[in-house]
Design a protein around this ligand. Structure first.
Ligand SMILES: NC(=O)c1ccc[n+]([C@@H]2O[C@H](COP(=O)([O-])OP(=O)(O)OC[C@H]3O[C@@H](n4cnc5c(N)ncnc54)[C@H](OP(=O)(O)O)[C@@H]3O)[C@@H](O)[C@H]2O)c1
Length: 296
C-alpha cells in the first residue's frame, strides 16, 4: 500500500508538474522534490510548494522520494525513465494520455512499480500554477498502475476533486483522439467558422468576439442537458431548406470548407434521429449533402 504520506517528487517542472505539485501539496500530500531540465524551473516549482526542494538531477530526486511523477513533454518520458537507476518498490508515473505504461519499461525492469495518471483536461493558455489547480477539479483521470499503485492514483484523483477511470492499452489511442477532438480540433472547427466571417469582411478577432459567447453557451448546454438536449441547427430540425442555403453559399464562396461542413452534417444525423427527425427527413438531408459533396 502507498499512503497519502508517501514522499512525492516531480521530474519536469512545466505547466502540469507545477499545477499537480501544488494541488497535491494543498491536499496534504508530501511533495518534497522537483527536478527539471533547467534548475531554475525546478526552483520555481519548489518555491511555490511548502517543504519542496529543487534537485540538480532526476537521479538525485528519484533517490530521495517514493513516488516520482515524470511530467516532462511526452517525447522525453522514455528517455528520462531510461536514464535513471530506479529502486525496487519505488513508484514511477507518467501523465501522458496517448502512451501506455510500456514507455516506463526501464523502470519496471529495475523493480519499480509503473503507472499512468492522465488528466483529461487542457492546461494550455494558463499564466499560473494556481490556475492549473483550478482546472483539475471535476476532471476525469485515466489511471493505470501495477498492484496498489492503481489504488493510490485512484484516491489521488478523488482527492483532487475528480474521478478515475481505467483505459485498456489498446483503447488509449481512441481515448486520446477523443481528447484532441474535444480540445484542439474544437479550435480548428472555430477557426473554420471564423473563416466564414472573414469571407463576409470581418477580421478573425471580430469573428472570435462573436463566436466565443455562442460556443461557450453551447458547451454549457452540453454540460446541463447532454449531447442530444444541447443539439441545435437545421439537421436536428430536419430543415433541408436552410441546409440547402448553407451548402449553396459554401459551394459558391468557400468550397474548400464544403468537406468539413458536409462531414459535420453527417455527424449530426444521429442527433437528428434522436431529436425526432424521421427516416425520410434524414434521407433527404443525406442526399442533399451527398449531392453538394459530389459537386464540391
Ligand atoms: N498541458 C496539458 O494540457 C496536459 C494535459 C494532460 C496531460 N499532459 C501531460 O503532462 C505532461 C507534461 O506536459 P506539460 O504540458 O506540463 O509540458 P511542459 O509545460 O512543456 O513542461 C514540461 C517540462 O519538462 C521539462 N523537461 C523537458 N525535457 C526534460 C528532460 N529531458 N528532463 C527533465 N525535464 C525536462 C521542461 O522544463 P525546463 O523548464 O526545465 O526546460 C518543461 O518545463 C505530458 O506528458 C503531457 O502529455 C499535459
Amino acid at each position: 500500500m502507498i499512503g497519502r504520506d508517501a514522499s512525492v517528487g516531480f521530474i519536469g517542472a512545466g505547466v502540469l508538474g507545477n499545477g499537480l505539485a501544488l494541488a497535491l501539496s494543498q491536499r496534504g500530500y508530501r511533495v518534497v522534490g522537483a527536478s527539471s531540465r533547467r534548475l531554475d524551473s525546478a526552483r520555481a516549482l519548489a518555491d511555490r510548494v511548502p517543504g519542496c526542494h529543487a534537485f540538480d538531477t532526476g537521479q538525485i530526486l528519484a533517490d530521495a522520494v517514493e513516488v516520482v511523477f515524470i511530467t516532462t513533454p511526452d517525447s522525453a518520458i522514455a528517455e528520462v525513465a531510461g536514464s535513471i537507476h530506479w529502486r525496487p518498490g519505488q513508484s514511477v508515473v507518467h501523465c501522458c494520455g496517448a502512451a501506455s505504461i510500456d514507455i516506463l519499461a526501464p523502470a519496471e525492469s529495475m523493480g519499480a512499480r509503473t503507472g499512468a495518471f492522465h488528466p483529461f483536461q487542457t492546461f494550455a493558455g494558463l499564466d499560473t500554477p494556481e490556475e492549473a489547480v483550478g482546472r483539475l477539479a471535476g476532471v476525469t483521470f485515466a489511471v493505470h498502475g501495477a498492484d496498489f499503485l492503481a489504488d493510490y492514483l485512484t484516491r489521488l484523483a478523488e482527492d483532487l476533486g475528480g474521478r478515475s477511470i481505467t483505459i485498456a492499452d489498446r483503447d488509449r489511442p481512441l481515448y486520446h483522439a477523443s481528447a484532441v477532438m474535444a480540445c484542439g480540433y474544437l479550435v480548428a472547427l472555430l477557426r473554420a467558422a471564423a473563416e466564414l466571417w472573414e469571407e463576409i469582411g470581418f477580421t478573425s478577432d471580430e469573428a472570435v468576439q462573436a463566436l466565443y459567447p455562442l460556443a461557450r453557451a453551447t458547451l454549457e448546454n452540453v454540460g446541463r442537458s447532454g449531447l442530444v438536449g444541447a443539439s441545435t441547427g437545421p439537421v436536428v430540425r430536419g430543415d433541408t431548406e436552410t441546409l440547402h442555403g448553407h451548402l449553396e453559399a459554401l459551394f459558391r464562396r468557400l468550397p474548400e470548407l464544403m468537406p468539413l461542413y458536409a462531414d459535420l452534417v453527417r455527424a449530426s444525423l444521429p442527433l437528428g434521429a434522436r431529436r425526432g427527425v424521421g427516416p425520410d427527413g434524414l434521407l433527404a438531408i443525406e442526399e442533399l449533402v451527398d449531392h453538394y459533396s459530389g459537386v464540391g
